[in-house]
Design a protein around this ligand. Structure first.
Ligand SMILES: NC(=O)C1=CN([C@@H]2O[C@H](COP(=O)(O)OP(=O)(O)OC[C@H]3O[C@@H](n4cnc5c(N)ncnc54)[C@H](O)[C@@H]3O)[C@@H](O)[C@H]2O)C=CC1
Ligand SMILES: O=C(O)[C@H]1O[C@H](OP(=O)(O)OP(=O)(O)OC[C@H]2O[C@@H](n3ccc(=O)[nH]c3=O)[C@H](O)[C@@H]2O)[C@H](O)[C@@H](O)[C@@H]1O
Length: 435
């Protein structure tokens, strides 16, 4: 199939590359010319395992190309995927500015009948809005069909998820469009859920909201476990063995971040408000997550009372491992709170340092290795469970720090090893060691 993908961010680029890999002829369009030039030379602007290899292979075999020119990018295409950002607006609802602009550009350059497929996460009813927006701006006499094909990939394992996800959702109010979308997606060899437009849009928000709820729930259990002398690792294991609960997404920590859970939970609350329906569960999920981000610094402040002038090493900055994305990363609020309390902060992340420099305070110093960060530090705080940070032995901290005091916001180490190491070790929802 001849496909055009609008937007080459995490979703658009991975979608475009993977659609090309299963045999489609794909042109990706982005308004960011610098990004397009980078992509044309076979370099991925984002860090995703396996992406560069697939990108280069499909450019070389002629299945994939890139342009910032809509006319060139839409020529001869039967399907146009929209994968532009839908960030959080000021009132918490999804901001559709990028969608609007993409629709206007599509309408001005569409020369034949086309199926518009929305990959971006958009509020219920937006696909109908997109159809109207494009139709009212069309220059040529063409007809468009519309479909929703929400994306469930995770950053850091985006390519893997595209070929190994649990399901693909295709939504349309037109049977023929659903058949076409099903045909395109057959190449991924995953179960396909066929549904109407609005249900497809709702499946995306309901899924992210449920996962966010699971995280806030386990964090609440962790905070209580700590107070009453239980261990959240054992609690989560015991809960997760019940298949109705499931053992994934039960890792307690300093809260969820990233470009999606925070914005999508707020967006669904806003969708509820517009439908005059309160969503008390989700409102509390969001509040609980905000509070959870403070938990680790609060532990530090409880122990030291005054951290002014103390040297704090922050290990891990990205919102989760295997990504360089800093959007809504808990490290932002943690470092701000440390600095506000007078601490001297040195941070290390294996991949996200460049992006972190853009969003963290200029007072944060950046280290090139774990050793570099903890050298001469009074306190070490683990914020992201990178494999490198997890594998770094607790015994080694004392070789560099003034005294090995570690606050682990991602429960990277077993309590047994923590005890043996002799380091003072605090974590989330578990007893402290050697304190
Ligand atoms: N990042 C993720 O892991 C996931 C994101 N989503 C959803 O997918 C959508 C896209 O998210 P990301 O890929 O993270 O966004 P992103 O911000 O990484 O990328 C968006 C891209 O669209 C481009 N763009 C903006 N306006 C444009 C226009 N008018 N024409 C052409 N290109 C334009 C930007 O230059 C940028 O390269 C959002 O709705 C998001 O909620 C869904 C599942 C996973
Ligand atoms: O809509 C989206 O953008 C995507 O959002 C999430 O993917 P992502 O944000 O990449 O990352 P996750 O692995 O889900 O982690 C999100 C946040 O939750 C936190 N988390 C996750 C799992 C857990 O058990 N505990 C926990 O605190 C992570 O540290 C991270 O900050 C969903 O997992 C994807 O299915 C979805 O497509």
């Amino acid at each position: 199939m001849e496909i055009s993908v609008i937007g080459t961010g995490y979703v658009g680029l991975v979608t475009g590359v993977c659609l090309a890999h299963i045999g489609n002829k794909v042109t990706c369009i982005d308004i960011d010319e610098e990004k397009i030039n980078t992509l044309k030379s076979g370099i991925s602007p984002i860090y995703e395992e396996g992406l560069t290899e697939l990108l280069q292979e499909n450019i070389n075999n002629g299945n994939l190309d890139f342009t910032s020119d809509y006319k060139e990018g839409l020529a001869g295409k039967k399907f146009v995927y929209i994968a532009v950002g839908t960030p959080q607006g000021e009132d918490g609802s999804a901001d559709l500015t990028y969608i609007d602009k993409a629709c206007e550009s599509i309408a001005q350059h569409l020369e034949e009948n086309t199926v518009i497929v929305t990959k971006s996460t958009v509020p219920v009813g937006t696909n109908e809005y997109i159809k109207g927006k494009i139709e009212s701006n069309l220059i040529n006499e063409v007809t468009i069909k519309i479909a929703s094909n929400p994306e469930f990939l995770r950053q850091g394992s985006a390519v893997y998820d595209t070929f190994n996800g649990d399901r693909i959702v295709v939504g349309s109010d037109d049977e023929e469009t659903l058949n076409l979308l099903e045909k395109i997606n057959e190449g991924f060899k995953l179960p396909i859920v066929r549904t109407d437009l609005r249900s497809a849009e709702m499946i995306k928000y309901a899924s992210n909201a449920f996962l966010a709820t699971k995280i806030s729930f386990i964090n609440e259990m962790a905070n209580l476990s700590e107070k009453i002398g239980a261990n959240i690792d054992h609690v989560a294991k015991g809960m997760g063995m019940d298949k109705r609960i499931g053992n994934s997404f039960l890792n307690a920590g300093i809260g969820y971040g990233g470009s999606c859970f925070p914005k999508d939970t707020r967006a669904i609350i806003s969708i509820g408000k517009k439908a005059q329906y309160d969503m008390p569960i989700l409102e509390n999920v969001v509040d609980a997550n905000e509070r959870q981000r403070d938990i680790l610094v609060d532990k530090v402040l409880k122990k030291y009372k005054d951290i002014s002038g103390k040297k704090v090493a922050v290990l891990g900055l990205a919102f989760k491992p295997n990504t360089d994305d800093m959007r809504e990363a808990p490290s932002i609020s943690v470092t701000n709170k440390l600095l506000a309390n007078g601490a001297i902060v040195t941070a290390y992340d294996p991949v996200a340092t460049d992006n972190a420099k853009e969003v963290l305070s200029s007072q944060v110093k950046f280290a090139k290795s774990i050793e570099d960060a903890i050298d001469g530090a009074d306190i070490a705080m683990i914020l992201t469970e990178w494999a490198e940070i997890k594998a770094y032995p607790l015994e080694s901290y004392k070789n560099y720090m003034n005294q090995a005091v570690i606050f682990d916001g991602r429960n990277c180490h077993s309590l047994e090893l923590a005890k043996e190491s002799g380091a003072v070790y605090h974590s989330i929802g578990r007893p402290s060691m050697n304190d």
